[in-house]
Design a protein around this ligand. Structure first.
Ligand SMILES: C=CC1=C(C)c2cc3[nH]c(cc4nc(cc5[nH]c(cc1n2)c(C)c5CCC(=O)O)C(CCC(=O)O)=C4C)c(C)c3C=C
Ligand SMILES: [Fe+2]
Ligand SMILES: [Fe+2]
Length: 364
């Protein structure tokens, strides 16, 4: 058969509704072999590297993978814990926190987590879920700001997976959520909490993951959404323009990426003799290599080496109730008509029974 069918579907079963959280993904171990297979999948995605395959793949396999796998394995080893990669376990905790909040607000919605690269793959999660009767699916990529390099590639992969099914579930997806009521307030809350415990730094730096500038010129709205996010957070904190700045981190390769670069900014602040800089990374839903190693370790050292005092990293929202709450409200709004008040099921039990019997037809 060309298309897969559902196993044992029965009309009498309710319509199952799911929320799929998708994060970037992470290697299985902080070792070169695991890094190689993770990076090979990630960096051969044409949404991530927009270079003709015939040019890029020989560079990827001949130059990048042998060197980067070793270097990145070392970096991952610095942040690996008993529970594994921080990106993975924080994402798992966030999934559980969201499930709990949805259960309290509107029982019957299932939440699962998948990774765009590595495990658990989108394909493995969807195959299992659809086979067991999932009929309505809301996809939430765990990126507050849209970028083709992150959000769109999740949609690509979900679409490829659903295309294999004879009867795919109904589908909705979220482009971004930085402008969702409560998101900027949740990030601001995290910053205030840090200031309460550690005192307020001399400058707040909001650092977002970068992308090649070429993609912005090609129409990717990511740059604008990062600036809007930072302004919303600054407004929540009632900061004046000289109290905060924005930068872009984690660049890879030689072509220009979005600027100003975080590492250059941190060194500049060090040279200016700034005593304490607080860095928050509002583009990262959960902590990961790029926040815990690049910012909290590498950039902290670079700040000091340039003459600065202390760089303090403010943790991501992770599985904080405020974060799960924002995602729960976002999910419920987008699930309208599928679950809850606006769902068409009659509330009177007798009317419901009559309607169901008409729907089911005569029983043999
Ligand atoms: C080379 C191209 C890359 C683009 C474009 C890119 C965009 C991008 N990435 C994130 C979020 C994350 N990236 C992470 C790691 C990471 N990113 C790249 C490359 C690009 N990212 C690489 C090669 C790596 C792997 C680590 C390394 O070798 O340096 C992570 C952390 C993953 C983890 O396991 O902890 C996240 C999260 C965003 C949001 C983004 C564009 C908006
Ligand atoms: Fe990245
Ligand atoms: Fe812009």
């Amino acid at each position: 058969m060309r298309y897969q069918g559902l196993e044992g579907y029965r009309h009498s079963e309710g319509e199952r509704t799911g929320v799929l959280l998708v994060n970037l993904g992470t290697p299985d171990a902080p070792e070169p072999a695991a890094l190689r297979s993770y990076l090979a999948e990630f960096l051969s995605d044409p949404r991530v590297i927009e270079v003709p395959r015939a040019i890029w793949l020989p560079i990827l396999y001949g130059v990048i993978l042998p060197f980067r796998s070793r270097r990145s394995a070392h970096a991952y080893a610095q942040v690996w814990s008993e529970r594994g990669s921080p990106l993975r376990w924080h994402s798992e905790d966030l999934t559980a926190a969201l499930q709990q909040q949805l259960d309290a607000a509107q029982p019957g919605i299932e939440v699962r987590l998948a990774m765009r690269y590595g495990q658990p793959s989108i394909r493995s999660v969807l195959d299992d879920w659809i086979r067991s009767g999932l009929r309505r699916l809301l996809v939430i990529p765990l990126y507050p700001q849209y970028s083709a390099t992150t959000t769109a590639t999740v949609f690509d992969e979900v679409s490829r997976c659903l295309a294999r099914w004879r009867w795919p579930p109904e589908l909705r997806w979220i482009n971004d959520y930085f402008n969702e009521p409560g998101w900027a307030a949740a990030v601001a809350g995290r910053i205030r909490e840090h200031w309460k415990t550690h005192g307020r730094g001399d400058r707040l730096l909001m650092s977002f993951h970068g992308i090649p500038s070429r993609y912005l010129r090609g129409g990717d709205p990511y740059h604008c959404q990062c600036h809007a996010s930072a302004r919303l957070i600054a407004a929540e904190l009632e900061l004046t323009a000289d109290e905060w700045q924005l930068s872009f981190q984690s660049r890879v390769g030689r072509e220009p990426w979005l600027q100003p670069y975080t590492d250059h900014t941190v060194e500049q602040l060090g040279r200016e003799g700034i005593g304490r800089v607080d860095v928050v990374c509002p583009g990262f839903a959960v902590d990961c290599l790029e926040t815990l190693e690049e910012i909290a370790m590498q950039n902290a050292e670079a700040f000091k080496a340039a003459g600065g005092g202390e760089l303090r990293y403010i943790p991501a929202l992770n599985s904080e109730p405020s974060h799960a709450g924002v995602l729960a409200r976002l999910a419920l709004r987008h699930l309208a008509g599928w679950v809850g008040e606006s769902a068409p099921a009659p509330t009177d039990p007798a009317a419901r029974k009559a309607r169901f019997e008409a729907y089911r037809g005569p029983q043999r």
